[in-house]
Design a protein around this ligand. Sequence first.
Ligand code: 6PG
Length: 480
Amino acid sequence: GEANIGVVGLAVMGSNLARNLASREGNTVAVFNRSRSKTDELIEAHPEAEFVPAFTYEEFAASLQKPRTAIIMVKAGKPTDAVIDELMRVFEPGDIIIDGGNSLFTDTIRREKAVSEAGYNFVGMGVSGGEEGALNGPSLMPGGPDEAWVTLGPILKSIAAVAEGEPCVTHIGHDGAGHFVKMVHNGIEYADMQLIAEAYDLIRRGTGKTPAEIADVFEEWNRGELESYLIEITAEVLRQTDATTGKPLVDVIVDQAGAKGTGAWTVQTALDLGVPVSGIAEATFARSLSSHREQRDVAGELPGPSSEDFTVPDADAFIEQVRLALYASKIVAYSQGFDEIRAGAAQYGWNIDLGAVSKIWRGGCIIRAQFLNRIADAYDEQADLPVLLTAPYFVEALGRTQDAWREIVRVSAAAGIPAPAFSSSLAYYDGLRADRLPAALIQGQRDFFGAHTYKRIDKDGTFHTLWSADRTEVEAEDTH
Ligand code: 6PG
């Protein structure tokens, strides 16, 4: 075979990744798609690219140098399993099969086990950056065995985005580590997007500014500490006018947010790991709430605050408070996301370098932002930081943002404007820093109705109060 890398699945993401690969010095790219037309279209549209088209799995295998290396870019789930089976049929032990889809990390763990038992290498790889990123430089999050990384590393480095001179790819860890990290990336993406949406809503309703005027606000924010891809595209979306009606496009789009499931996975996994990713969870639930049009229709009757009039006296001062609240909440969302990665790594035995993860998210991916440098610095200073929030930079940032943050949560509650991500992030922050939590009362309640026992602050051991008898305290077996 003459190709050094192959791509299976030539929908937009796959063909863009294939074009990206082909555009790099030294690459010849074998391409295959289940239906022939996609392959023909790609070859026809890009005569300049070094593609080797294949129309059967046998041809695809024959066109690849050994060890064969192929990236699967098909829908996550059953289609991915089907392609893996076909590749194992035509490949040989030692070859490398990479899944570049948004697969659930537990599927990746299962697949790696099955594929490696048959003697092949399997790499589950998170790919972020959408269509544009796939073409010009994505952020890549490969898992899988070390041997595969040796072959794959240089190829991936050549196609990844570059941030501050470094390619946005690193070997995340074994088996499902890459897809786990991609999953959390998406959870953070949900939180970032929801926070931006809440900021927009508050500014619009508090100041009466038009979407185009709010686009200017986001453009300005994008020149400061909030600089990020999502803030940048928010300005673009808000500035867009609908051609049919002449209205701002955002006013014509149905207000029900879709979701393909990666945000929900992040939350489900966090629940299993016992990690409070409340900002991400609220962002995910906010999308669900928006989609329940039938409930929203009947709930429109529910009473709101006595005065629905919400106009802020000083628009510029209010906008600045919203900016600070957004920044503080964003810090919480990232801290929670990194907490989930830390807990996942401990649970699944991955050695994940959190600083390296923050660095490969600086370019190419949807959550790319200046801010990730601050996270990288925090882990550079202390690799085993238990909570990102407590890094000196973030302590300083929270110190100067928290008053505004509290004010925004207060006024949004008073005005009846939902700000679930702002307010849940603040509750998390205050919960984490609290010296005593009412969890003590919950332990008392649990002991009352279920003899679940409690610990005491002043001596070792496990205790139970004889609630239904004379209410004396006895030492007990620890039943949690
Ligand atoms: C990325 C994106 C990408 C995709 C999301 C969208 O990193 O490039 O996260 O993976 O656009 O899955 O997710 P929803 O459809 O769930 O919003």
